[in-house]
Design a protein around this ligand. Sequence first.
Ligand code: ARG
Length: 460
Amino acid sequence: MDKMWSGRFSASASSLLDQFNASIMFDRKLYLEDIEGSLAHATMLEKQGILTKEELKQITDGLNQVRTEIESGEFEWKISDEDLHMGIEKRLTALIGDAGKKLHTARSRNDQVAVDFRRWTLKKNLVLVEALKALMKEVLVVAEQHTETLIPGMTHLQHAQPINFGFHLGAYLSMFKRDIERFESSYERNNVSPLGCAALAGTPHNVNRETTADLLGFDSVSVNCLDTVSDRDFALEILFNISTMMMHISRLSEELIMWSSYEFGFVELSDEYSTGSSIMPQKKNPDVPELLRGKTGRVYGSLMGLLTVMKGLPLAYNKDTQEDKEGVFDAVETAEISLEILKEAIKTMTVKPHNMEKACAIGHLSATDLADYLVEKCNIPFREAHFITGRAVAKGEELGVDLSAMEFKYLKEIDERINEDVMPYLALRHSMNARTSQGGTATVRTLEQLEFFRAYITEQ
Ligand code: ARG
């Protein structure tokens, strides 16, 4: 009968219940937020005349002692204490006696866990912003070196139009920037204090919620207590934000995997970030991007898991909510290591411009340019120009030559109106550099885009 809530019970909890009910094995990760929350709560209680100065001093010293014990590994985490909130409070009371029993005045574990988990999650939004910026920086370094390196731009995984590799990487920079904005906006929206909501309805004690909000670095105080103690949107948001970010990482990973195959040969991952085979001595496998692709699925699982936990819950707090933490912890940990290792893999990989450019000479990448020439110089309607170009492509297939290398005489045979000035239009680099519309692939445009991203990550 050593439970804090044992007053109304006459038999002890079974050890099976203890095992099933407890969260202390995982929520101990929130120990710092819990202690800081308690310190802020006690400080406010003293300001409001609910605790004496002496009691506040005892609580503060006691909590600092508990923190030292946790950080030195001395603290005993017991499953029978159920969760970290009760584990810490119990130890505090053992250390300081009666003053410890007053700490929970005007507070419930419901607003306590809401504070702890929210603050932990808010901080992680910002940690991930920094990690994303560090990744963007490495991607930028590679992109800036390759604004003139041709690579086949694809749709349907078929060669489409020549682009440059810097432009290709610029697409991922755009995605990562949006990811950053999502983490930042979640941080701002959810930076409201739950403390003082108590169990669900507020408290009759004369608390000051602004004081604790200030002490804990929240921007404001939540509006409705019933919502606050059961709101896990902040957890869902970080899971969604991580899922979207991992989806972007996974798409880049998929390309890195393809690009490191013999068929593409566009990049080679460094030895440091590649693995071998236990049987085939020649193998060099792209395990890093493969795992990044795989871990994306696992993160989605956590998002779907929590959405499902939340969907049928009547107001306000329900124990189901305790299932919110492990998925978020796992997703955040996965996101942190994923960003770090992707950054290193990109930093250390070798780009092979020669192979990229060679690949551009297959698949008639400048076909659109021939059609554009017919429209511009010969005044032929685009539909007809499309057809004539199709004939030129068919001729190329018949001759086994790419359109970019086709002799003028064959083009003239296809359509009389084609003149010698067509030749530059067929050149691959010309094709890439012709796309000067805003956001286009022309080197001048790519440089602008990369400058934009560089300014973005260095500002603030
Ligand atoms: N361990 C609980 C959780 O993580 C803390 C809140 C418990 N509140 C309660 N009334 N049982 O959700």
